[in-house]
Write a protein that binds this ligand. Structure first.
Ligand code: DGP
Length: 112
């Protein structure tokens, strides 16, 4: 298996978990860009937002259903930003769908 996030899902690569259920996993980013930087991923391999389909989109809904509780548990009571990079223009570096949760300080007004 060559996908590093699939290896985090199966435990081959350790991670600091923030939330896990049968469909999704949230863990702290190895290179945090804010005081709190958590990645939320589907356990099933979807390469990016471009790979979301009618057949697999229920896991994306589940991710967004759980994000508020994940953010709250991480102490992000003043707000947070959710970002997903998709493709080379966004510098997506891991080709497994993931949503960054960023917060813990006032973030830049700029998003790009
Ligand atoms: P992106 O550039 O949107 O593809 O973000 C990928 C993120 O994944 C990046 O912020 C760093 C993080 N990351 C890469 N490898 C690992 C890892 O092995 N463990 C953890 N916890 N995070 C990782």
């Amino acid at each position: 298996m060559s996908c590093i996030f699939c290896m985090i899902v199966d435990g081959t690569i350790p991670s600091k978990k923030a939330y896990e259920d049968d469909e999704i996993l949230a863990f702290h980013d190895i290179n945090p860009q804010a005081p709190v930087h958590i990645l939320v991923i589907p356990k099933v391999h979807i390469p990016s937002v471009d790979g979301i389909t009618y057949e697999n989109s229920s896991v994306v809904a589940r991710i967004f259903e759980k994000i508020p509780a994940i953010a709250d548990a991480a102490g992000l009571t003043n707000g947070y930003r959710v970002i997903s990079n998709c493709g080379s223009d966004t510098c997506q570096s891991v080709p497994h769908l993931h949503f960054h949760i960023l917060g813990g300080r006032t973030l830049s007004e700029k998003m790009a």
